[in-house]
Design a protein around this ligand. Structure first.
Ligand code: BAL
Ligand code: ZN
Length: 873
């Protein structure tokens, strides 16, 4: 496989204005007839006169130009597509192909999920449906006719509005859909099957009625209400916050059980992994409810950021993904707690994106090259991409940023554009020069800030020295300085914000946070008017995706943890305290656990005035996976031991407070999905976890009682997880009972698999291997594979990285098994092996040998080949 480079981008030689598709649907053999209105692109340079259309896994039965059927001498078909020799400047192309959805295990293109037929076309799946210019800068209007057996496929859906229906004499029926908006092929979708529908309506700000439909398999009809509420909330929010209204008369969501991603924003017809649609309080946890709300919102927001304005090419993926993640993050912040949302997003960024940026797969937010685009749906493109938008919003300020996004929507509606076009709108609306800021799109790697503070009592001045430096990444040895927004505050001894008054300014600014801008390798900022040494609150709200090295003492951090007006930084101060202690305990089992640290944890635990969800975050220790990224050479066993040691210590020392918090936050009424109720459950279950991990008898009794009460899935899973971690007959009995109770509920069974895969018991791998043979396990269902295999290899760090390498061998066996079946999923499974250089030399040898075992396999997919070859480079 060869890399594709951004620098080689050329506009398409031909454009397609109209697409008429006719599907005769059948899982065994579907016939696709396509009629394309093509014309030469006036903006493109003339090539060799041939027209190359993408197409894979298609059986071509006939091809015609302007009604004349071509002879085989007039075209050529190979594994990548169809070449037509000499075509007119404007013509109609007709093709007839056959495809086999029932055999499509890659879940790209048209495939079968249970009894349904559905599509996934992003990024390059449309070429598995018909011959086409399958690239996002070719936007066309589609009319789609679906024909299928009426009994087996009573519901036939595609993009846009239904315009015709017919009953056919042979037991089949047909529905024709017309999408008035030009779209790239990756947004095409169809769904056929026996589906039930939840219906509602939405009146847009301008008074148009939109029909909302969520399609699910009939037995899931009672699990769609939360998704519908979320959709309506998201639609209203986008009108209020971004001035964006929905454009079609109908908005459909379909939940399917076999899906590679979370969901897909196809125009007017979102197809979702059912995990992000289906929820009832007894089947789904708070995290599931949260996930549904934000993914429903994310896909809805794509209607403007992705669909109306799309990407010119796949190097621009972050144009739609980074901006849409930013938008869904803001939505969640506005409807819930901003600080808690920020904490969770930064946790994800630090746990996943920072290691990606520091490893062999590091790439810029706008990559320069790829072998397989499926490998670039990464945390860098999505989450760092969102940070890059967030920084521009911070630099512009809220009003100007809104003017800039208005300009973007106005200027580029209906176009396929680039991240450069986006930044130009930011510049256009603000008058600012973002030349240097563009480096965030171009340079990979996480910048490191070294910050030192110095107080001059005589002058009443405090000086911060800030240096930035970014480590080398593959292909980018030297980095230029970034333009970094650094939000800071200064706290006085009473814990209140002091003015952040820069020397030379005539008057002090308003109290609170101040945004400094870094553009040079080094800066010195002097603040005046300070009659006491302040405690600096640095990078408030995590104003830039950087690592900070500061000179604060533990006492400073405890002070910030108690007083910082920035909720995010209260949490971050606590995290740094936990982290430093955990790393010290990893290196030295006898390292003392300071009394003032325990006292600070107690104060936080008992602060009943605070948001419970925020407290739960403050008191949650960083994960072992996250901590491993903080070590030069990862000591998996030492980290696991230290984590247990500190958890147990806190559980013992704060026992009475934990029990009090548990009881104070217990509830028995109906499940409520509200930030307050979620916060109470989070804090209660955190208290339970500390008690259980400290071996507390009363905690154990509470855990059993909580499981028995089975009030909601959040509480059930919290208790089951803790029991499964402990192991023994009681745990096995609880797991068996859970399995019996939820037989047939696929998403709940995923939880049953994952809770066992994540339990760090010594026999974890044996159990996981036994579960591979369980009748409910299926390598054909990505959710099931992720629940068992990805959970074990990503979450259960200590067992996956067992010194004998058995975990690595297990994972590579799964990858090799899956690669011919579902390459996209196989490539993603490999991720935990990619950072092999971070481990001790014995583990390095074992991990490398397993990666080489993959590379030694003939006929690897381009997906897996790219990941492995880059990991070993
Ligand atoms: N476009 C792929 C799924 C998503 O990011 O919404
Ligand atoms: Zn997206």
């Amino acid at each position: 496989p060869h890399p594709i480079h951004l620098k080689d981008y050329r506009p398409p030689e031909f454009l397609i204005d109209r697409v008429e598709l006719r599907f005769e649907l059948d899982p065994e053999c579907t016939r696709v007839e396509a009629r394309l209105a093509l014309r030469r692109n006036p903006a493109a340079t003339r090539g060799d006169g041939h027209l190359r259309l993408h197409g894979e896994h298609l059986k071509l039965t006939q091809v015609a130009i302007d009604g004349h059927v071509l002879t085989p001498a007039e075209y050529r078909v190979d594994g990548e597509g169809l070449t037509l020799h000499r075509v007119p400047d404007r013509f109609t192309l007709e093709t007839w192909v056959e495809i086999h959805p029932g055999l499509n295990t890659a879940l790209e293109g048209l495939y079968q999920s249970g009894d349904l037929l559905c599509t996934q076309c992003e990024a390059e799946g449309f070429r598995r449906i018909t011959y086409f210019l399958d690239r996002p800068d070719v936007m066309a209007r589609y009319t789609t006719t679906l024909i299928a057996d009426r009994t087996r496929f009573p519901v036939l859906l595609s993009n846009g509005n239904p315009v015709a229906r017919a009953e056919l004499p042979d037991g089949r029926h047909s529905v024709t859909w017309e999408d008035p908006f030009p779209k790239p092929s990756y947004l095409f979708a169809l769904v056929a099957g026996d589906l039930s529908v939840i219906e509602d309506g939405f009146v847009t700000a301008s008074g148009r009625n939109v029909k909302l439909q969520i399609f699910v398999e009939p037995h899931n009809l009672d699990k769609g209400a939360h998704a519908m509420r979320s959709l309506k909330k998201a639609m209203r929010w986008d009108e209020e916050r971004f001035g964006r209204e929905y454009d079609l008369d109908i908005y459909m969501i379909v939940a399917v059980s076999h899906f590679n991603m979370g969901a897909m924003e196809n125009k007017g017809l979102n197809v979702f992994n059912d995990k992000f649609v289906l929820a009832r309080p007894d089947t789904a946890t708070d995290a599931d409810f949260d996930g549904i709300e934000s993914v429903i919102a994310h896909e809805y927001f794509h209607n403007w950021t992705g669909n109306r304005i799309t990407c010119r090419d796949w190097f621009q993926l972050s144009l739609k993904e980074g901006f849409t993640v930013y938008r869904d993050q803001e939505f969640t912040s506005d409807v819930g707690s901003r600080a808690v949302k920020r904490i969770r997003d930064v946790r994800t960024l630090r746990a996943h994106q920072f290691p990606e940026d520091a490893g062999p797969l590091a790439h810029p937010v706008r990559p320069d090259s790829y072998i397989e685009i499926n490998n670039f749906y990464t945390t860098t493109v999505y989450d760092k991409g969102a940070e890059v938008v967030r920084m521009q919003a911070a630099l512009l300020g809220p009003e100007t940023f809104r003017r800039a996004t208005d300009l973007y929507f106005e200027r580029h509606d209906g176009q396929a554009v680039t991240t450069e076009d986006f930044v130009r709108c930011m510049e256009g609306a603000s008058g600012r020069d973002l030349t240097q800021f563009r480096r965030w799109y171009e340079q990979a790697g996480t910048p490191e800030l070294h910050i030192r503070g110095e107080y001059d009592a005589t002058a009443g001045a405090y000086t911060l020295s800030v240096c930035q430096q970014t480590p080398a990444t593959p292909g980018q040895p030297i980095k230029q300085p970034f333009h970094i927004p650094l939000a800071i505050g200064l706290l006085g001894a009473d814990g209140r914000d002091l003015p952040v008054w820069l020397a030379g300014e005539s008057a002090p600014p308003a109290l609170g946070t101040r945004l400094l801008e870094l553009t040079e390798p080094e800066h010195r900022f002097t603040f005046t008017g300070l009659s006491e040494r302040p405690v600096p609150s640095l990078l408030r709200g995590f104003s830039a995706p950087v690592r900070v090295h500061d000179d604060l003492s533990d006492a400073d951090r405890m002070f910030l943890m108690a007083h910082d007006s920035d909720g995010f930084n209260r949490w971050d101060a606590a995290q740094t305290l936990h982290e430093r202690l955990l790393l010290a305990l990893t290196n030295d089992v006898a390292h003392p656990i300071p009394e003032d640290y325990i006292a600070a944890c107690r104060r936080a635990l008992c602060d009943m005035s605070a948001d419970r969800a925020l407290l739960a975050e403050v008191l949650s220790l960083p994960s072992e996976t996250y901590l491993s990224d903080r070590m030069t050479v990862i000591d998996v066993d030492g980290l696991h031991r230290a984590h247990r040691q500190l958890t147990q210590h806190i559980g013992e020392r704060l026992r009475d407070d934990l029990l009090a918090v548990y009881h104070a936050n217990a509830e028995t009424g109906d499940y409520v999905f509200s930030p307050e109720a979620i916060g109470r459950r989070a804090l209660k279950n955190l208290a339970l976890a500390y008690l259980m991990r400290a071996g507390d008898e009363e905690g154990l009794a509470l855990c059993h009682a909580q499981l028995e009460a089975a009030h909601n899935m959040t509480d059930v899973m919290a208790a089951l997880r803790l029991l499964a971690e402990q192991g023994g007959a009681e745990a096995d009995a609880a797991l068996d009972a859970f399995h019996r109770r939820w037989a047939g509920e696929s998403l709940v069974l995923d939880k049953w698999f994952s809770v066992q895969a994540s339990a760090p018991r010594p026999d974890a791998l044996e159990r996981v291997m036994a579960l591979l043979k369980h009748p409910d396990y299926s390598a054909r269902n990505p959710n099931r594979v992720r629940a068992l295999v990805s959970t074990f290899s990503n979450v259960n760090q200590v067992r996956f990285h067992a010194a004998d390498g058995a975990g690595y061998h297990f994972l590579v066996d799964r990858v090799l098994e899956l690669d011919p079946v579902n390459p996209l999923l196989a490539a993603r499974l490999l991720k935990p092996l990619v950072r092999w250089r971070r481990f001790d030399s014995e583990r390095q040898t074992l991990m490398r040998a397993e990666l080489e075992r993959v590379l030694g396999r003939s006929e690897l997919s381009s997906d897996v080949f790219e990941v492995v070859s880059k990991a070993l480079a």
